[in-house]
Design a protein around this ligand. Sequence first.
Ligand code: 5GP
Ligand code: ZN
Length: 305
Amino acid sequence: MAARRLVNSLPRRKKYLILTAAVFAANLFLDRFTKYLAVRLLTGRGVIRLLGDSVLLYLTGNTGAFLSLGASWSPPVKYLVLLYLPLAVCAAALFHLIFFENRMGRIVIMASIAGGGVSNLLDRLFNNFEVIDFLNFGIGPLRTGVLNVADLSVTFGAIILCIGELAASRKKTAPAPALHDAAPRGTLAAMGTCIFCEIAAGRVPATKIFEDDEILAFHDTSPQAPVHVLVIPRAHRRNIFELDPAGDDGIAGRLLLRAAELARAQGCAEKGARFVINAGDDGGQTVDHLHIHVLGGRPLGWPPG
Ligand code: 5GP
Ligand code: ZN
């Protein structure tokens, strides 16, 4: 059931699929091609020095992982740590990108890491565990190990990913304005362009069925079912993605509970109802103020369009 739902989601994920496949293939191809050139051009040539001694080109076979780590391990440990585990990680990363990831930057970075990673694993699989390395960077005595292009994809990808995560977690810890506060000055809401803020402020009429100091519920002007109620927080949050996990958890819970109570009050508890939160363009959100649709009073089809 869950698997079928995942597969059904693929047509809607076309652009993410194409990006994942293109970046993965580009990194894989670049590594395979440069290794092919390295074998063709560097075999028996000793060390080629470029830019003084900053870049050295020479062919080596690395039977371990990055910087020869694990070259002396026994075969079963080597297979597990250097082949099966990295393969599983790459497969898990690709699965995540194909079905779940919506951030383009994240897709590019993770698909680059997976492309480079898989290319090195192909060496191990088909080249008797020997990964072709041919690049060495450094200044004077300060030098990297001998690398290949896949190592660069994996290393720089991982660094950028870590920096991104750090930046995102910093952003998250910055306090969001409290939900009870009036909309911040200068925002769309404060300028009076958010229709639901206008309804909450009483400047635009609505058929209200519930209100307290933080939540408001009213009938939808274009009902899609005999019962179609919208439940909103008074304070402006664009959508569910804009709720702050650190400070908005209480109101998120109260909105849900209020929606359930109102559905019950509208007579929907026995036969059932649907609670919908659209978010963003793909989610079909047309009013950029968080709201829960409460729909009921007739059987509702599935899946939604
Ligand atoms: P969304 O498409 O963003 O998930 O849902 C927005 C809902 O708000 C739609 O069902 C739409 O009919 C409803 N809506 C839009 N403008 C108004 C309005 O001015 N008053 C009320 N009561 N509902 C509105
Ligand atoms: Zn608003």
